[in-house]
Every structure is written in C-alpha cells, then in structure tokens.
Ligand binder design. Structure first.
Ligand code: S3P
Length: 172
C-alpha cells in the first residue's frame, strides 16, 4: 500500500494520531522531523540556527523524496512541508494525503510553551502566538486543502475516522 501522509499545522496532532493510527492498522510510522534529525544528527532548532529556514526546507524536501518510496507507512509531516516547492503535488502523486483540520483556538492552546522545540514560535507572547498562527494558517490553508481527504482533528474519535480512510485507500 502507498504511504499515507498526515498534514496540517503545528499542533494539529499529526504525530500523536499518526502513532495511534499505526498501532491500530499495523502499518509503520515515520515522523518527518524525527527522520530529518536522525539523518542530519542535529535537532530542528539547531538546523534552523545553522542552515536557516531555507536550508531546513531543502533537507525536508530530500527526506520527503526518500519517504515517498515507502510502502505500508503512515507519515506525519512537518507543518510547513506541504507549503514549499511542489511538495504537496509530490505527496499527492505518491500516496494518500489527509489534512487534520484544527481551529486556531485549539492550535494556540496546544502550542503555548512549545517555542523551545519549534523555532518559528520561539519567544512569542500568547498574543503574538495567536496572531502568528492565524496569519500562517491563512497562508497555508490553500496548500493543506489540496489534500485528498480532510478530517476534524478535534473530533472525539479521530483515530477511528483515520483508520476508516486508510482501510478505504488500501482497497483502491
Ligand atoms: C514547522 C513545523 C514543525 C517543524 C519545523 C517547522 C512549520 O513540525 O517541521 O519546526 O513550518 O510549521 P510540526 O508540525 O511537527 O511541529
């Protein structure tokens, strides 16, 4: 079965639900940020500091090209991955893309205090965080909305919902 890509903003639950989904379906699980860290030997904040965001995006792209060849794998992507170059088109060609749609208020709640691991959010007050997330989501939505399916990441049983989509995709 072709890979399943979970996409959405930071804090939308891609890694959390992706792991649960992999357990439920017996598929493998990869988080693109973890993959990049393993490949480069540097943390995400270190990569941003040393190579800048553009260096990080290049690394992200080359890891994505490798991961697109995987089979039977759930892939939780970094929040920015679908929004650079033709990454979204590549994912759409290579497997099933699922957008975890999440309201801004939920994202802001989940992301508060995570600036240490997420360089784009570092040093923001809660007011700045909300403003930043609102604006970024507006810019990114046109990319996320190109996914072949969309689920509400705030729904009570999102893992069940995702499992249904994956089963459906595996029969195609
Ligand atoms: C980013 C999201 C992060 C990570 C990097 C940049 C983004 O991944 O790739 O900090 O641009 O939205 P998560 O979505 O897993 O937090």
């Amino acid at each position: 079965m072709k890979p399943v890509f979970l996409i959405g903003y930071m804090g939308s639950g891609k890694s959390t639900y992706g792991k649960l989904l992999a357990d439920e379906t017996g598929l493998a699980f990869v988080d693109t940020d973890d993959y990049i860290v393993e490949r480069s030997g540097c943390s995400i904040p270190e990569l941003f500091a040393e190579k800048g965001e553009s260096g990080f995006r290049r690394m992200e792209r080359s890891c994505l090209e490798e991961l697109c060849l995987r089979r039977d794998t759930i892939i939780a992507t970094g929040g920015g991955m679908p929004c650079f170059g033709d990454n979204m088109a590549l994912m759409r060609r290579s497997g099933l893309t699922i957008y975890l749609e999440t309201p801004v208020s939920v994202l802001v709640e989940r992301l508060a205090g995570t600036g240490g691991q997420r360089p784009l959010l570092r040093g923001k007050t809660s007011g700045e965080l909300r403003q930043f997330v609102e604006r970024a989501l507006e810019e990114r939505k046109p990319f996320y909305e190109q996914a072949s399916c969309r689920v509400d990441s705030d729904c009570p049983d999102v893992v069940h919902l995702l499992a249904q989509l994956v089963r459906y995709a595996s029969q195609e």
